[in-house]
Design a protein around this ligand. Sequence first.
Ligand SMILES: O=C(O)CCC(=O)C(=O)O
Ligand SMILES: [Fe+2]
Length: 308
Amino acid sequence: MTKINIPRLDLLHYTHGTASQRLQFSKDIGSAFNETGFVTIANHGMEKGLIDELYQVVQAFFALPEATKLKYEIPGLAGQRGYTAKGKEKAKDASVPDLKEFWQRGQDGNPIVEELPRFDEVTGEVFRRLETVGRELLNAIAVYLSLPEDYFEPSVIQGNSILRAIHYFPIADPSSLPANAVRAGAHEDINLITLLIGASADGLEVLTREGTWYPVKALGEDIVVNVGDMLQRLTNNKLKSTTHRVVNPPRELMKTSRFSVPFFLHPKANMNLAVLESCIDAEHPKAYADITAGEYLDERLREIGLKM
Ligand SMILES: O=C(O)CCC(=O)C(=O)O
Ligand SMILES: [Fe+2]
């Protein structure tokens, strides 16, 4: 099997480390993002208790009757808040929708789930904690890119990040599915970076440069972090937004659910995504036209069927 660089990095080395540990963390995350676009992060500060409670409220939400969940679907918001039912989202180049339903929350404007008193508080707490972890990781990446450490901060504080709770629902009769229906079709994330809790469940795979699929494993409460297209674009492909997917499990396990909770770290709509001058040279000519984060997001939401 191909050996691929998905290191396990200790966030405490960056937030509380010595100068040399901090620098090493920046180098490690930068070179993994340059090679594979993926790392796993330990000691991110989110306790097991909080993560367990997150999964309890998320499972309780998806267990509600379909009619109740549909009360929380908000027309006109392209799924950016509240519930998105089965059959709505497909990967950019896929012909059939993914086998999933999901809930999204942002900074504000989130509908309150009346049936579940703890849902808003717990998902809100996880949102804020992952936003903090994401900012710390972007600081480390800024150092790797020889930018000021706080380069991303003004664009990211109170930005358009999204916490998405996903339910890959059980399929009673897998033979009834279209042959190409999968839990999540091969895709790249749109945002700057994605922080994923719960990828310890099997199924997440990344596409290697050799064109083979490689399973991503996280230990315990570790989170998986990957580069999205906005960061790839800003860095003129120096940091790689790697294609990934969630495969269907063996037939018997298709009758069981899989849950995962990615946090898509998005900047404010006015962030300039024009390629950084420091990432352009003779070998790497400017690969992308100038665009803002807001314009780019609209373009991409249309491609995945969430926006008209
Ligand atoms: O469910 C997972 O493990 C990954 C989901 C994912 O890649 C996404 O929603 O963008
Ligand atoms: Fe993804």
